[in-house]
Design a protein around this ligand. Structure first.
Ligand code: GDP
Ligand code: IMO
Ligand code: MG
Length: 433
């Protein structure tokens, strides 16, 4: 059976977690292929009695909430072991069965000194900071590329682990002490801390590429779930205001060991408006009451850091770009309900940069920083849409909004989110073959 990739189309927090959870019943494996605990996925599950259970997942794939799914942490992920076990314990305490989790032997470990380096580097950058989540993500991927990283499998060979930690610290401690004027990390303490997780981790560790290939051969459905999103991708995003991993569809292959020829669908999650956390350019950002309304109605506060998210209107130049770099087969528009109550809903269709119209993302980042949105004003609607379960039930203006966005982004909209709950969604086309 084929593999399916699910990515974020904008700057993250589009509702990937909810979409993955929604598909959980129909897939056998959910693989996280990039990022680490910088991600924050909120999944809301409605009980039969009307109660709502909210889960915030950071490191574990969102599929973990479905009892029949095998969750996989792929080789492209960076793992903070303390967070991994905290999250597992937290879910177990709430009755979630986490025993099927499989972790790649090749995934990299976020060493404690990389958490420190992330924070002090940001402080050092001052006004030029990226606004990272401070979880050690960037320095850990830098170590991976620099070939001084620690991998999960190193925890099972104390001699190798010690050598690697000492080699990494030979340079890092100079930087920590001499440049950042902070304390050096002690190799022994780091090694002991990491070894402390080894025995609990051991039964979960596998060659996940092999596990997944065998699963696909046996007819399983595999969902590859991105953390972050297209414009936070280290290659295709708004560099340097990006995360340090490959969050686009191509990253699903390198980050899992599943070849591109196995992937049959790419689903992109697109919020009905735009948000961004951290620094960096954002053409449709709002600084007025409308922005404040989107933030408060959409509850746009970070799942990971609690920071207020920057909010703005839908940007279909970004939607088209996400379609292009990910090869999207299906879009899921989320949070359409948040737009209820606006008289007019502007949609950005192009940019203007120094008097020149751009229908596609400008080649140069400087132009993107200066881009002024060209808006089309669509009619709003005032009816509560959270109870709608078919496209026809939506008010005419909401239908027109979806259809116009679909036309502008160039791929079909297969589902529409109308509320945070698991069932608050309109399905137009099946997301699985
Ligand atoms: P992710 O990082 O892409 O998984 O997204 P987050 O979980 O960080 O942020 C999305 C937020 O929107 C979560 O709080 C979800 O519960 C919520 N959400 C998802 N879909 C919808 C929707 O259709 N309507 C509303 N109102 N909320 C939604
Ligand atoms: P999910 O998976 C939104 C942002 C940070 C910062 C930049 C770099 O929930 O969509 P990092 O700590 O990764 O080095 O920070 O990326 N960022 C996210 N923004 N959603 C996320 O994940 C993010 N993960 C990282 O705010 O601007
Ligand atoms: Mg999030």
């Amino acid at each position: 059976m084929p593999a399916i990739v699910l990515v974020g189309a904008q700057w993250g927090d589009e509702g990937k977690g909810k979409a993955t959870d929604l598909m959980g019943g129909d897939v056998d494996y959910v693989v996280k292929f990039n990022g680490g605990n910088n991600a924050g996925h909120t999944v809301v599950i409605e009980g039969e009695d009307g109660t709502r259970e909210k889960y915030a997942l950071h490191l574990l794939p969102s599929g973990i909430l479905t009892p029949t799914v095998t969750p996989v942490i792929g080789n492209g992920v960076v793992v903070d072991l303390e967070v991994l076990f905290e999250e597992l314990d937290g879910l177990q305490a709430r009755g979630v069965d986490t025993s099927r989790l499989v972790v790649s032997a090749n995934a990299h470990v976020i060493a404690p000194y990389n958490r420190t380096l992330d924070k002090v580097t940001e402080r050092f950058l001052g006004a030029r900071r990226i606004g990272t989540t401070g979880r050690g993500i960037g320095p850990t991927y830098a170590d991976k590329m620099n070939r001084v990283g620690i991998r999960i499998q190193d925890l099972f060979d104390e001699g190798i682990l010690r050598q690697k930690v000492e080699a990494a610290l030979a340079l890092k401690n100079q930087v920590l002490v001499k440049i950042y004027n902070t304390r050096a990390a002690e190799a022994d303490r780091v090694v002991d801390e990491l070894l402390g997780y080894a025995e609990r981790l051991r039964p979960m560790v596998a060659d996940t590429s092999l596990v997944l290939e065998q699963a696909l051969d046996a007819g399983a459905n595999v969902l590859l779930e991105a953390g972050q999103a297209t414009l936070l991708d280290v290659d295709h995003g708004t560099y340097p205001f990006v995360t340090s991993s490959s969050a686009t569809a191509g990253g699903a292959c390198t980050g899992s060991g599943i070849p591109p020829t196995r992937v049959s669908r790419v689903i992109a999650i697109l919020k009905a408006y735009t948000t961004r956390v951290g620094e960096g350019p954002f053409p449709t950002e709002l600084f007025d009451d409308d922005g404040e309304t989107l933030r408060s109605v959409g509850a746009e506060y970070g799942t990971t850091t609690g920071r207020p998210r920057r909010c703005g209107w839908m940007d279909t130049v970004i939607g088209r770009y996400a379609n292009r770099v990910n090869g999207v087969t299906d879009f899921v528009i989320t949070k359409l309900d948040v737009l209820t109550g606006f008289e007019k809903v502007p949609v950005c269709v192009a940019y203007e940069v120094d008097g020149v119209r751009h229908d596609e993302m400008p080649v140069n980042q400087t132009d993107f920083h200066h881009a002024r949105p060209v808006y089309e004003q669509l009619d709003g609607w005032s009816e509560d849409i959270s109870g709608c379960r078919t496209f026809d039930e939506l008010p005419a203006a909401a239908q027109s909004y979806v259809l116009r966005v679909e036309e502008l982004i160039g791929a079909r909209v297969s589902a529409i989110g109308v509320g945070p709950g698991r069932h608050e969604i309109i399905q137009r086309h099946p997301l699985l073959d």
